[in-house]
Write a protein that binds this ligand. Structure first.
Ligand code: IMP
Length: 426
């Protein structure tokens, strides 16, 4: 009963390298479950000469014998899911009864995607910079209580009614507000009925499945998507995603009691990136930022967009430790900093004469703050592929120690390259 279940959560604005960490830790778990988001997420896992791109499916799928669950807190585009299954199968990944979908997860329909894109276009410079996958509009429909759940794909009467009702509302908005094409409810009904038929054997009562497994003593890893600062409540609103990315989302997004979340690992990149609009106080809009982008290959896995880059922000880390109760960090991409003579780190903020050690979200939204930096010494030597902490240059060890001291959290994993084997386990 006292199985150690672990939540793996992004500490910054996503793209921290959670895919590699989940993949690395997978062997010790029986189940990997996602609790929020959709195919806005993009995890890349590399081993040997193979390169796997995951969007909806947890990285656990790459490990034989692990059960993967898409939780009720997710929004799922069935077409994207089927494409992902086929592309992974094409790379030799076995996907059969090891992939299950919660019956109360919500579906993304094409009108959600069209609305997402149309709104972004209409917002012009004020746009959020979404991934354009229909995530926000699908969550809106869920909260409005007119959403189509995965279970509805198996009930043609309900599905037809819900699609007709949705089209009667969304089509006029698309047509008259945004001057965009509309959707034929009959075609949507046929397409989504077919998706239901193909996915039927995977659809299950997610909470009951997990509860049974946890009672049997199976170990579950909860795989976060996006990052803490993109959380709908606690992130840099409105430049956030539409789900609860923080640890609280694990409980609602999978239907499990909080007591089953035994430990929380925060994944933190050795510097900061974000995609899309919104506050980013330590951003570097210069050649140094460009250097980080190139060296860190900071281009979105979902949209290919160049990511914004900047120095590490300890206020973000402390906020994340607070919101998620993080027990330990996995620090990724340390090697990307190899060539800098000096590495500034944001230690706090000045807001109207007060010093803030956590992220002053309100002040940041109103551009009413001043970040303070401490310049750390760079190590100017390659750390790529180092697997033992003692073999790191002293300045890199100091950088790691400084983060631990300032964020109040140990670092138990350090990633020194994209491959599984390029990792320090402490
Ligand atoms: P949405 O989730 O597509 O609605 O996008 C909302 C915001 O979250 C945008 O700034 C996106 O760039 C960002 N976002 C969504 N998913 C990810 C992700 O997996 N990594 C990083 N940023 C993301």
């Amino acid at each position: 009963m006292a199985a150690q279940n672990l939540a793996v959560i992004g500490v910054q604005w996503g793209d921290e390298g959670k895919g590699k960490i989940v993949d690395l830790l997978c062997e010790s778990f029986d189940v990997v479950a996602r609790y929020q988001g959709g195919h806005n997420a993009g995890h890349t896992v590399r081993f040997g000469d193979k390169h796997y791109s995951l969007r909806l499916i947890p990285s656990g799928i790459l490990h034989p014998g692990k059960l993967c669950l898409l939780g009720n807190g997710m929004v799922i585009d069935p077409e994207a899911l089927l494409e992902e299954i086929e592309s992974l199968r094409g790379l030799g990944v076995q996907i059969d009864s090891n992939l299950k979908i919660s019956d109360s997860a919500h579906c993304i329909l094409p009108y959600h995607k069209a609305l997402d894109l149309a709104r972004e276009e209409a917002a012009g410079a004020a746009k959020i910079g979404t991934t354009g996958r229909g995530i926000g509009p699908a969550y809106e429909t869920k909260v409005s209580r007119y959403g189509i759940r995965i279970a509805d794909l198996l009930d043609s009467e309900v599905l037809r009614e819900k699609i007709e009702f949705a089209c009667a509302e969304k089509n006029p908005v698309l047509q008259t507000v945004y001057h965009k094409p509309t959707f034929d409810p009959r075609k949507l009904f046929n397409d989504y009925t077919r998706y239901g038929e193909v996915l039927a054997e995977r659809i299950t009562n997610g909470p009951a499945l997990l509860d049974g497994l946890i009672r049997e003593g199976k170990r579950v890893m909860f795989e976060g998507a996006q990052g803490t600062m993109l959380d709908i409540d606690h992130g840099t609103y409105p430049f956030v995603t539409s789900s609860s990315t923080v640890v609280g989302g694990v409980s609602t997004g999978l239907g499990i009691a909080p007591k089953h979340i035994s430990r929380v690992m925060g994944v933190v990149k050795a510097y900061t990136t974000r995609v899309g609009g919104g506050a980013f106080p330590t951003e570097l809009i210069d050649a140094t930022g460009e250097h980080l982008r190139k060296r860190g290959n900071e281009f979105g896995t979902v949209t290919g967009r160049p990511r914004r880059t900047g120095w590490l922000d300890l206020a973000v880390l402390r906020t994340s430790v607070m919101l998620n109760g993080i027990d330990t960090f996995a620090l990724t991409k340390l090697d990307v900093l190899d060539e800098f003579a000096e590495i500034p780190v944001c230690t706090s903020y000045h807001v109207h004469g007060d010093r803030w050690k956590t992220f002053p979200a309100f002040a940041v939204a109103h551009r009413d703050y001043k970040p303070e930096y401490r310049a750390m010494k760079g190590w100017k030597t390659s750390t790529v592929g180092i697997t033992e902490f003692n073999k790191l240059p002293q300045a890199a060890k100091d950088y790691v120690g400084f983060i631990e001291d300032e964020a109040g959290c140990s670092i138990s994993i350090i990633s020194t390259g994209p491959r599984r084997e390029e990792t320090i386990l402490r």
